[in-house]
Design a protein. Sequence first.
Length: 547
Amino acid sequence: MRAKVLVAAVVVPLLAAFIALPLAILAIRSLADGPAVYAAAAADADNRRALVNTLVTGGGAALLALVAGAPLGAALARLRLRGARALSMLLVLPIAVPPYVWAMAWIALASPRAGWLNRLAGAPLVDIYGAGGIVWVLGLALYPLVLLPTRAALEAADPALEEAARIGGAGPLRAFATGALPLAARAAASGTLLAFLAAISAFGVPYLLGVATERPVLVATTRVYQALALGAEQDVRSAIALCVLLLALAALATVAASRFGRGAPAPAGKGRRPAPLDAPRLTRAAGVAAWTFAAAGVLLPILSIVVSALTRRFDEPPGPSNLTLAQVADVLGDAGHVRAILHSVGLGAAAASLIVAIGAALAFLRVSPLSRLAEAAYAIPGSVLALAILLAFSREVRVIVLERVTIAVSMMGTLWVLLVAYVVKYLAFGVRAAETAARSVDPALEEAARISGAGAGRAFVDVTLPLARPALAAAWLLAFLPCATELTMSVLLAGPRTPVLGTVLFELMSYADPPSAAVLACVCLGLVVVAHAALRWLGRSPSGAAT
């Protein structure tokens, strides 16, 4: 009991100060200004266009994610595709890479003037800029959100459903269509809504492809960035109104996704999984289509980033005479770039460690409302969360000691505010992993420790945590990646003396230095590859397999 009180005394104030307080201040500011602020924001033509563009690009990206992700998930789940393991790894890769890196890759490929695809064609056939490009890049970055739940639902479906249809005379494809496929539809719908949520929350892709054009295409997140950059009181109020509307839209998408997700099929039980479909022609066609999609949608953009980092001159076609390592050496030898990389890696490691520690503490407390509060922050768009933190911690805190010494503390523009933002945004990773691991441990083990004289805290530390360690290590890696490469909140919260990888990439692309940006994008890809290899090692290790 004492251990729980002590943990609660530390965790509850942290959650209150860094999650509840910023959101409460944002809500109070939005209500204090009254309906007039929303009327003024709605009267602004740019705001109206931004909201419409948010719905159009978000809906288009979600639709593309559904069209690509659902068939791929079904094929991986129920067909014997050649190289299925490698194909699966490749198709899931986009969700681990920051979307703005994919935007950089497609700019190199399909920029109307310098894109390699257009230069190879000898004419500007495709233009990645504008609303269509935003939909294309976000859809290709987010389709794994549909692929993964669709595949999981089909693999968990009860084989008896298809067996009954086969007994009734249906062929294998018809039995699949009438038995398992309807169950996977809800999972696919849930993933599509999550893709929509991620698309309307995106900042880097809409900025790179929508703002730096002759005819800018603003969305809610880029419009908020514009308003805050202007800094006038009226602009801040407009940004708050847009953030509240974006938050309401995100809340609706989250609730709808959770309801669809609850309708997904439960595991069939007894270790039974549906047998692969006996459809050779369909299997061959699906295999060719899946590998073609992986090559064009995943490998080609990655190759373009790597070649961009090694290209000497962008006005010449890539080739042995136009490749050099000097550019890589210059970028990685720059003290500012090295400092940004170290900041990102250090912040990512610190944030991931805090996320796992707080997640384990909440799992130990077993207080559901606190865990739900921690998870809710993940559904909040990064721009909204960053604005809430700005409103909460933008002022200096002054402490006068003995009426002589004044200590002024300000978090804004420091690494501390970035650390807070990262932990708040991705705390759900640690909470989910810790709760799942704690539930998987047999309660009899803790009971045996308690009977032997251990308290609740000692039993949790000595019994539950060692068994949960592989899951917590995986959660650490999953939290480290987005924290180390985060852009949306970093652009709004980072100061001139606290550059991070995301903001430096943003500045390099904004000021037309794509070769240097490509080198740092390769650093992001390297972090993804290392983390993915570590996750696979955890899955293969005996302790990881045990959990």
